[in-house]
Design a protein around this ligand. Structure first.
Ligand SMILES: [Zn+2]
Length: 265
């Protein structure tokens, strides 16, 4: 039965738009976005609210899984969760999406899930200099040079691990960049649906810069997952070029080369 469960795994580094991409993909009526499910047990433990706004006991997607968890806490973990979800899920659902990425601690996750399920990996990359910029904007302590080196190493490892899936199961690897997604959302998402063989629905949402993106059922992830009327051009506005330190950017490029080149930047 597990072999029939289809998972979309969003891989790559953080600060690359994975929460946004998952919401956009899950705008498809037969795809459910589950968020960063590697964090599932923690979310259940703290009784997290689903991004749809409902509690775990009332969310139509999570309530049965959560009830089973409360009955037997050892019966569910962050790998078998999709089998448990599928037991009660609407049979019309084609895919469950996991946006745990391939950052440190999750590098092997898509490979482990692929042994259990029919997994398609979507490798989302974003220019690491822009990711670094997002990290530095948020950080208050530690030197920006140390931060730049750390981001360069983690960005390279996360993207390389995602890229390597191509050699593990080439037919289930798909690459998309944040830059293309923002520039041409409708084309990019349509191509993802085509790759997933999920185009039979005739009422698929089309995206433009002013489209609102519906919420899905993400537990962990970026706070953006809870924003009700998320508008695409508002999310990309914050990424507009700002004065950026030359040295951190240079350190990033030196340390992440040649992965930086391999990713097409
Ligand atoms: Zn929900």
């Amino acid at each position: 039965m597990n072999a029939k469960i289809k998972i979309i795994y969003i891989a790559g580094y953080g600060f690359s738009g994975s929460t946004l991409l998952e919401r956009m993909i899950a705008a498809h009526p037969q795809i459910v976005g589950c968020g960063e499910t590697h964090n599932l047990l923690h979310d259940f433990y703290i009784n997290e609210t689903c991004s749809c706004g409902a509690s775990l006991t009332t969310c139509p997607h999570w309530k049965n899984v959560y009830t089973k968890y409360l009955k037997n806490k050892n019966s569910i973990n962050n790998l078998n969760v999709f089998s448990v979800i599928a037991e009660d899920e609407n049979p019309q659902v084609l895919y469950f999406c996991d946006s745990s990425k391939t950052t440190l601690g999750n590098m092997m996750r898509p490979y482990s899930l692929a042994k259990k399920y029919d997994l398609t990996l979507i490798h989302l990359s974003r220019n690491g200099v822009d990711c670094l910029h997002s990290v530095l904007k948020r950080s208050t302590n530690s030197s920006s040079l140390i931060k730049s080196s750390m981001v360069a190493i983690h960005w390279s490892m996360a993207n390389l691990t995602a890229y390597a899936f191509k050699f593990f199961k080439s037919s289930a690897y798909y690459k998309i960049t944040y830059e293309d997604l923002i520039k041409n959302p409708n084309k990019q998402i349509s191509e993802v649906y085509r790759f997933l063989n999920a185009t039979s629905q005739n009422k698929l949402k089309s995206f433009n810069q002013k489209s609102t993106i519906p919420r899905t059922h993400q537990l962990s992830g970026n706070a953006m997952r809870r924003v009700e009327d998320l508008v695409l051009n508002r999310t990309s506005k914050t990424d507009k070029k700002q004065t950026f330190l030359l040295l951190p950017s240079l350190i990033f490029k030196i340390l992440s080369f040649p992965i930086y080149k391999l990713m097409g930047y």
